[in-house]
Design a protein around this ligand. Structure first.
Ligand code: UDX
Length: 441
């Protein structure tokens, strides 16, 4: 089957490559010439484990190609996936759908035969209907369908998530579209992946509801973690204690410096805006958005506590700048709020991240930050060591070495990856989140 994917960002590139791996004949389309040229040479614009090898393999086996011309690219395709960006609009937080609508216009101009147009970008409820109307208005005699097929990929494990998903959600109204999409996802039937067919609006809402629920779970445990500190309880045990209840589940109950990334912040905000538009109550998600923003602003307080409020002039090493490990993505990362605040307080920052350094350098562009390409050299003569993102290489540090490099053995761990008792025995003044004081004495 021939499939086209419009947009070679995160979603489009991973989906296209994995569909090619499933045996489909895939054409990926993007108007960025340089990007397309690079992709045809196997050069990948993002860091995602396993993606480069899979792209190269499918190029060699001639199941995937990358082109700039939409009209040529969609020719003879039975399914055309729209996977362009839907960023938050700066002025009001609504998802910006201008790229989606522009692509719909272009499809309408050049599509000759039946195809199902599939929205894979995260789009607010009702967008499928608007895409349908745009195409219908421009190309009245064309037979086509518009379906919604949201993605649930996590950065850092996107290939596995695509190949072995918890579920596939498809929103479409016609049997013809349903048959094509069933055929595309047929390889997953063998793994007994649940495939949920629903109304288009339902599928659109499932995506926002899923991300908002996960963001709520994280925010819940973050707020419980703050309470733990006040009442002398241990958040790690609370997470285990509630997570063992099958109705709650143990995943997404790790407290931290606040969620970030390309999805949760944008999607929670967009869902709140949709609820406002429809005059529907969504106070829970509204609170989640506010609480997470505030958490990111308050992260500096833990570092202040670690240096008895004498923060001015301190040299601070930050390990981990991306919003989570195994990605080079800096979008909405807690580091984007914390580092400027530390600079405002007169600190000097020594920063290291395994994959995010290049984009971080461009974003901050500040000579009060020294950049390092390795974990330990970033610690020399620092007053405080901060672990902000839990990359694997920070999980088993050589603390003898760390102690010999730091000016003072202070460690602030925003991801609770170390044990307070062990850190105390190693001679560190150790700070983490949501754990009782007596563990540190
Ligand atoms: C998320 C969803 O998981 C995915 O289904 C959706 O399609 C896109 O958004 P992603 O943004 O890649 O994926 O990251 P995820 O692993 O979900 O983490 C998001 C944020 O939550 C990170 O900042 C992470 O550090 C934080 N997080 C996650 C916590 O703070 N605690 C947790 O327990 C889990």
């Amino acid at each position: 089957m021939k499939i086209s994917i419009i947009g070679t960002g995160y979603v489009g590139l991973v989906s296209g490559t994995c569909l090619a791996e499933f045996g489909m004949n895939v054409t990926c389309i993007d108007n960025d010439r340089e990007k397309i040229q690079n992709l045809n040479n196997g050069i990948i614009p993002i860091y995602e484990p396993g993606l480069e090898d899979l792209v190269k393999k499918n190029i060699n086996e001639k199941r995937i190609k990358f082109v700039t011309n939409l009209s040529d690219g969609i020719k003879n395709s039975e399914a055309i996936f729209i996977a362009v960006g839907t960023p938050s609009r700066i002025k009001d937080g609504h998802a910006d759908l201008s790229y989606v609508f522009k692509v719909a216009e272009e499809i309408a101009e050049c599509l000759k035969d039946y195809a199902v147009v599939v929205n894979k970008s995260t789009v607010p409820v009702g967008t499928g209907r608007k895409v349908f109307d745009i195409i219908k208005k421009k190309n009245k005699d064309l037979e086509f369908d518009v379906a919604s097929n949201p993605e649930f990929l996590r950065e850092g494990s996107a290939i596995n998530d695509f190949m072995r998903p918890d579920r596939v959600v498809i929103g479409c109204e016609s049997n013809r579209a349903k048959k094509i999409l069933s055929e595309i996802y047929r390889p997953l039937y063998l793994l007994e992946t649940p495939i949920l067919f629903a109304k288009r609006e339902t599928a659109e809402l499932i995506k926002y509801a899923a991300n908002s629920f996960l963001a709520t779970k994280i925010t819940f445990i973050n707020e419980i973690s703050d309470l733990c500190e006040k009442v002398g309880a241990n958040v790690s045990d609370v997470s285990i204690g509630i997570g063992l209840d099958g109705r709650i589940g143990k995943k997404f109950l790790h407290p931290g410096p606040g969620y970030g990334g390309s999805c949760f912040p944008k999607d929670t905000l967009a869902l709140v805006k949709t609820a406002h538009d429809y005059k529907s109550q969504l106070g829970i998600v509204e609170h989640v958005v506010k609480s997470n923003d505030l958490r990111k602003k308050n992260n500096i307080n833990l570092i202040k506590r670690a240096c008895f409020n004498q923060i001015k002039g301190k040299k601070i090493t930050i390990l981990g700048l991306t919003f989570k490990p195994n990605t080079d993505d800096m979008r909405d990362s807690p580091s984007l709020i914390l580092i400027p605040k530390l600079l405002d307080e007169g600190c000097h920052i020594c920063a290291y991240d395994p994959e995010g350094l290049e984009s971080a350098k461009k974003i901050f562009n500040d000579n009060r930050i020294s950049w390092f390409t390795e974990t330990y050299s970033a610690m020399v003569d620092s007053d405080i060591l901060v672990i902000l993102t839990e990359w694997n290489q920070f999980r088993a540090l050589d603390f003898k070495k760390v102690k010999s490099l730091l000016k003072t053995p202070i460690l602030v761990d925003f991801r609770n990856i170390y044990d307070p008792k062990e850190m105390r025995e190693k001679g560190f003044n150790y700070f983490s989140i949501g754990r009782p004081k007596e563990l540190f004495l």
